[in-house]
Design a protein around this ligand. Structure first.
Ligand code: NI
Length: 137
């Protein structure tokens, strides 16, 4: 049977400050630039959630992308949308909310929630030009 990958795109907006409290203010400014602004700033994130598998013989679907949308919204998006990622999101607590750390937390939430389907890739766009990808390895 062929192995296929289907992807659902979902957007959310959130505030953050990229900051490492172990470093000096000057070092934080040098490393993180505008994303270190002390009074927060926001991004319109785009999350792409990919599930891989063989198409079901009855439906022809790898997974119903409407189901993917509902799971991603209830398990992840509702917990981050219009929130402050530094202050409001328990599964990001204590982490520096870079795109990399957000996507790792997202994987930990979504991978079990999508079972028995297989989450194969997440892609998180922080700006139109920058994204991070993770395939669970
Ligand atoms: Ni930022």
């Amino acid at each position: 049977m062929p192995l296929l990958t289907v992807t659902r795109r979902i957007t959310f907006s959130a505030a953050h400050r990229v900051h490492n409290p172990a470093l000096s203010d000057a070092e934080n400014t040098r490393l993180f630039g505008k994303c270190n602004h002390p009074n927060w700033h926001g991004h319109n994130y785009v999350l792409e959630v990919s599930v891989s598998g063989e198409p079901d013989s009855a439906t022809g679907y790898v997974i119903d992308l409407g189901l993917v949308k509902r799971i991603v919204e209830s398990e992840f998006v509702q917990r981050v949308d219009h929130k402050n990622l530094n202050l409001d999101v328990p599964f990001l607590s204590g982490t520096n909310p870079t795109c990399e750390n957000i996507i790792l937390a997202c994987w930990r939430v979504l991978e079990p929630a999508l079972r028995p389907s297989r989450l194969s890739r997440l892609r998180l766009w922080e700006t139109e030009n920058n994204y991070v990808e993770y395939e669970g390895r």
